[in-house]
Design a protein around this ligand. Structure first.
Ligand SMILES: [Zn+2]
Length: 702
């Protein structure tokens, strides 16, 4: 079953006088699931006294209306008594100040950030709260599952970098001890002469030597992962029967935007690590958030980023925008049903099995008041709910087909290096540059209908099946990672590297060009950083001339033993059955920043073709223009091919071509139940023409 539902209760709102009518209205609108925030501060307002009367009633009303329930355990909103009952549990910021907690901007009752999870007294209390919730509801007949950690929040409103309390510092040093096998190992890796662990300090702020800062960032990411595991393990032991997931405010990759002094890069953990142990991953998405609206490609990329990490586990779009965003006194555009249905079906096309909106009613407190309601007063609620009813009917009719659907495997990978994020953050206080590099390449791929996945540097089993791996701004690379990438190339893979790949180790130390792994492997060396005279570069590759947007600098390359006056901005080296391409500048983020193609997408497509990547579909018409493109995703469900097509407008007609053998009969559009002719296909390409459609969406079953 595909779950289509909405967040409803963030206590004490909506007040109980609305409950019966609202929940009945949800069921009538095609929703089958309701989510409730179970807030620690609210449930355990008095230590060891748990009150669940409101949740009991909501779960019962949901059951009467045929809705399943997701319980979101909000353990990051601490009771007001936490520091009284657990003295000395305050977080400490990077200036040594105790963090004063307060009410959360978007939660009416409770303390944030509260106590430090590294204080054993805080974790004991949190665990007792989780026990009380899970034992209360694990046998509820309509319990669907648990969202164990909402948006991975732990340091919200700390108003500085955290945590530097004695418990966290102790844990940091233990983590280093285990990682380096003792102080001698650490001294060897960092080239230091520390005599005792208390001399080893966490990084304090950006723009100091990178070593300690990168280590502390890495530790903070690990610590968030461990906290997710702690919550999961505890809850799973009490309730082995229901899925337990966690979800980020955004996918891990996008946490390159975390900035000093609010938080370190990737401070909320890592989706790839979560997916190793936890039943699923997910993210929130507010595509029409006032002031930072996402365009279509950006939204697809966002979903791809989190879907790349799930490795067979569940994918939940845990907070999808319900109604108009509202922050303070800024009003944003209303949410139209067409856009909203595109988000829903984009999520399903990426393999999501649960879509949960934020939220049902407009909010009533603080800066979010008047905003976000699926059934809220932005003028389009009736149209949105009518569209939802239609999608709900399709999900009910084709539930099995969609539940068993899996998107086709990609043959193109885009590399995500947390260590490179840490280094950029350690210098600039944010990892915007490597993030923009990833966004650039993935945007071009999505606009050109090339399936891809993000490959995270510690999960290189995901290289399996890839033909091309693009490494945007991967300035940090340890030899263990380089060895695996070299094996991928020897086996026939192609790497595309941007300037200064592997120019630093994860110890934060710079490597001269001749000392880098790939220079040893290929004989290609950079001569050093040179100014970009204009913001474009020109080079030849495989008989074609390219002139492309570029950023930051150029690092021309020479061949070892070759003439030093022969310098290249793009060169390639064969390694085994494969090839490494080196580009001596940054193309991806330059393309992303300009918001214009300028030949970059052609270059990316030439890379894809030269790697022999097989594409599951080709958009014959219309071609991608500067702001429009057709998004198509192809996958399988049992013996069926499923094709999700998103035109740039409902009026548009889209012509698609499929490789021979993929489609041999006509297809049916699940949204309209219309049969669509497929021409050819036995030997040559099969072609189909779609549209116009009601929402610009077709879901084809072949
Ligand atoms: Zn702490």
């Amino acid at each position: 079953m595909i779950h289509l539902g909405t967040q409803y209760y963030r206590p004490p709102f909506p007040n109980d006088r609305y409950w019966e009518e609202d929940i009945q209205h949800m069921a009538e609108s095609g929703l089958n699931t309701i989510q409730l925030w179970v807030v620690w501060a609210w449930v355990e307002a008095k230590p060891s006294t748990y009150r669940f009367d409101d949740y009991d009633r909501l779960v019962a009303i949901a059951e009467r209306n045929g809705l399943e329930v997701v319980l979101s355990t909000i353990a990051a909103i601490h009771p007001y008594w936490i520091h009284r009952e657990v003295p000395g549990s305050e977080m400490v910021d990077n200036f040594g100040h105790k963090v004063i907690s307060s009410n959360r901007g978007e939660c009416h009752y409770g303390l944030t950030p509260g106590g430090c999870i590294d204080h054993p007294g805080v974790w004991d209390r949190m665990r007792d709260f989780l026990t009380s919730v899970v034992t209360r509801y694990r046998d509820a007949p309509n319990l669907m599952g648990w969202d164990a950690w909402n948006e991975l929040r732990w340091n919200v409103q700390a108003d500085g970098l955290v945590c530097y309390c004695p418990y966290t510092l102790n844990r940091f040093r233990h983590w280093l001890d285990a990682k380096y096998g003792g102080l001698d190992g650490l001294n060897a890796a960092w080239q230091r002469r520390y005599q005792a662990w208390d001399e080893v300090r966490p990084g304090k702020a950006p723009d100091r030597p990178y070593t300690e800062m990168m280590a502390f960032e890495d530790f903070i990411t690990w610590r968030s992962v461990q906290h997710a595991y702690d919550r999961y393990d505890h809850m799973k032991a009490l309730d082995p029967d229901h899925p337990i997931t966690v979800h980020g405010g955004q996918p891990t990759v996008l946490h390159g935007s975390d900035r000093y002094p609010i938080a370190t890069a990737l401070h909320r953990g890592n989706d790839w690590d979560f997916a190793e142990n936890i039943d699923g991953v997910g993210c929130s998405s507010f595509p029409l958030w006032g002031g930072s609206e996402m365009d279509r490609a950006e939204f697809v990329n966002r979903i791809d980023f989190v879907a790349s990490a799930r490795s067979g586990k569940r994918l939940w779009l845990s907070e999808l925008q319900g109604g108009r965003s509202n922050i303070g006194f800024d009003v944003a555009q209303s949410v139209d049903p067409e856009s909203q249905q595109r988000w829903v079906w984009t999520g399903l096309s990426a393999g999501a099995d649960s879509i949960l909106f934020w939220c049902w009613r407009d909010e009533v407190f603080g800066r979010e008041s008047t905003g976000f309601g699926l059934a809220g007063k932005d003028g389009l609620a009736d149209a949105r709910l009518a569209a939802m009813r239609r999608t709900g009917d399709v999900l009910a009719k084709y539930g099995d087909l969609l539940e068993n659907y899996e998107p086709d495997d990609a043959e193109v990978g885009v590399f995500f290096s947390p260590q490179s994020y840490y280094l950029y953050w350690a210098q600039e206080g944010a990892a915007q540059k490597p993030l923009a590099g990833i966004k650039g390449y993935t945007r071009a791929l999505v606009r050109q209908t090339v399936p891809y996945r993000i490959v995270e540097e510690n999960h290189l089993d995901q290289l399996e099946g890839l033909k091309l791996l693009i490494l945007p701004r991967t300035v940090v690379m340890d030899d263990e990672v380089a060895e695996v990438l070299a094996a991928f190339v020897r086996g026939g893979g192609k790497l595309f590297c941007e300037s200064e790949v592997g120019s630093f180790g994860s110890n934060g130390l710079y490597r001269y060009p001749e000392d880098r792994f790939f220079a040893e492997l290929t004989g290609v060396e950079e001569v050093g950083r040179r100014m970009l005279e204009v913001d474009r570069v020109r080079f030849d590759w495989e008989g074609r001339r390219y002139e492309l947007p570029a950023h930051q600098w150029q690092t021309p390359m020479v061949w070892r033993g070759g003439a030093t006056e022969t310098q290249h901005l793009l060169t390639s080296a064969e390694v085994g059955a494969g090839e490494i391409l080196f580009c001596g500048t940054y193309l991806g983020d330059a393309y992303f920043a300009r918001g214009a193609n300028e030949g970059f997408e052609t270059f990316v497509m030439d890379l894809v073709k030269s790697a022999g990547v097989a594409l599951p579909v080709r958009v014959v018409a219309p071609q991608a223009h500067s702001t429009t493109f057709t998004h198509v995703r192809v996958g399988r469900s049992g013996d069926h091919t499923l094709i999700f097509v998103f035109a740039s407008s409902p009026e548009e007609r889209v012509e698609l071509a499929f490789p021979a053998g993929r489609l041999d009969n006509n297809v049916v559009d699940l949204l309209s139940d219309h049969e669509i002719s497929v021409i050819g296909g036995d030997e040559g390409e099969a072609r189909a023409v779609l549209g116009p459609t009601d929402w610009g969406i077709s879901i084809l079953k072949g």
